[in-house]
Design a protein around this ligand. Sequence first.
Ligand code: NVA
Length: 320
Amino acid sequence: TAPTTPAGLRHFLADDDLSPSEQSVVLDLAAAMKAEPFGAKPLAGPQSVAMIFDKPTLRTQTSFGAGIAELGGNPMLVEGRLAGIGVRESVEDVARVLGRQVAVVVWRTFLQSDLETMASHAGVPVVNALTDDFHPCQLIADLLTVRERHGRLAGLTVAFVGDGACNMGNSWLLAGATAGMHVRICAPEGYLPTPTMFERASAVAAQTGGSVRAVHDPKEAVAGVDVVVTDTWISMGKEAEEEARTRVFADYALTTALLAGASPEAVVLHCLPAYRGKEIAEDVLEGPQSAVWDEAENRRHAQKAVLAFLLDVSTGGGTR
Ligand code: NVA
């Protein structure tokens, strides 16, 4: 089937779908929306936004649901198991049906390629609510949180410590580079983003003055950094590898001792859920440098900005 792609239609499938200047527009918009949560109604009508989750969710479902309502829209939960996307009917067919009903499709699923298929056939903006490869909405929230704490992004250094090969490692690489940050991904052998992902981020960093680097030693990675990020060692779908992963990542836990090597002003981020005593120590997660609860709140403001931006540019508005 020929994809329907109205001129100007934009999606948010991976972090580098936003150019550096667009990312900055979205972050400004998120900050403005945080200051005035009921101020903008781009979904007035209400128009509906479909939210589909093929993996567990708490923050993503609630922050999109509340955020869509604040934008004047109707958050429509499409039960992934009932829809059976790719099982009862093809991704292409689902995309064309959803595109006739809703203004935006928000989808959490496994394969990035399925999300891309959805985007090429829906005829409306499609937003990545987490895939195996990327978690770009989380990164807008993370960058917003860092900006709130440090007042800027470009030139800051961030260390992501843990499973660098997961969605969060990839997304930090691309979104951090887009923001002009110096990104260090610290993981054991075999758990770094692919060389292709590093090249993709390097190309962006070359435009923004940022940089990207792979590091194996956690102490070296966090030395002097402005932001320290970690994430579960066992991403959704990797549960069978729990034992092996707990062993492989044992030296990569974010403890107070490790954090002591970062800048004293360093901000700690974790997208949650957090496994205390595994990838992050209780006293770090609950400590004064942790911004994780702000980070969780900022999902709503960030995603509202993403939705408003995509709707605006896709309908020929002039946000850029
Ligand atoms: N890397 C984690 C992120 C959870 C929001 C996962 O995919 O499970």
